[in-house]
Design a binder for this molecule. Sequence first.
Ligand code: SF4
Ligand code: SF4
Length: 366
Amino acid sequence: MKYRTLPRGGERVSEIGLGLAKIHEAGKDGVRAALKTALGAGINFFDLCCTEKNVYRLFTETVGEKRGEVFTQMHLGCAYPEGQYAHIHDKDEIIAAFEDTLAFSGDTYADCGMFHCVDEEAEFESIVAANGLLDYALGLKKQGVLRHVGVSTHTPAVARKFMDTNEIDLIMFSVNPAYDYTKGDWAGGSHEERLALYNEAERRGVALSVMKPFAGGQLLDSDRSPLNVSLSRFQCLRYALDRPAVVTCLPGVSGEADVKALLGFEDADPADTDYSVMAKAAPAEAQGRCVYCNHCAPCPAGIDIGLVNKYYDLAAAGDGLAAEHYKKLSLNADDCESCGHCDDHCPFGVDQSSRMEEIAAWFAGR
Ligand code: SF4
Ligand code: SF4
């Protein structure tokens, strides 16, 4: 398992995590088996927006002594009347439900308390200003009941507003090629807005955990895919993990078999994670823009073309750390030999050799 570091807090989190909304379908023994397999494989990031309340206790029991090694997201806005999930909006109900669920789970803290599914700007105003729910969450953070405060949203404008409070460490955001190309029911924000959000989150040290990496399964089936091409799970995971600020992907699992199916990702052949086939569906505004896929590899000069482009985009957006990372690369745009191999092999129509000149010139002045 590969790990990434949370910019705020420094925790090492597995780049593949799990969403547990459907894990109850496995039954009690199946939930335990799935979690044990995940923990044994080094998965340490779990989103606990469960459909059945029962799962919280099973989770705590199964994790047991490994609790200090795992990172949990719990949601402020989930309640469990009759033991089943409900999305609630009233402040007092949210607080009561969160405290009840945490107590029921047998745990004493959550690594991140997430405002649950805040998709409208009016909801942001309500949480932050009108009802003081943000203050409540920050109070829990002071007490150690939460280690971080975050938000789950599908809307870039809402994510921005939360980032602007400077109190949010983590955003659970829906990232996949369909939504980034503004296709599909949950594709909030324009293509440009979404890319700008990822860059801005990276610049500010706000991490993204990814929900819906397969667009609810639609991307896996060409008949249902909004892109009209099918992608594999591994292609979708690679795509999401290549976006700036992303620290982990949280595919939903409904049993041990789903967990096992994800584990091959870390050792997969690069050809099996190459997502450049999505270029066929790229909208006009995405043509000519590098998506960091490295489909044009190998570069005869040895340059990691995707990484050079990613650092450049981030640095140009004001991310000083990304500029430092760029300068530490053993090979960068200065080493480009203008051979044109990348231009000939880029399915997104990027004039990469010219872009290398642009990147080299930009950094030369700094
Ligand atoms: S130049 Fe094209 S093929 Fe190469 S990394 Fe960028 S988008 Fe991918
Ligand atoms: S043009 Fe430059 S970056 Fe592209 S493959 Fe050739 S040497 Fe590598």
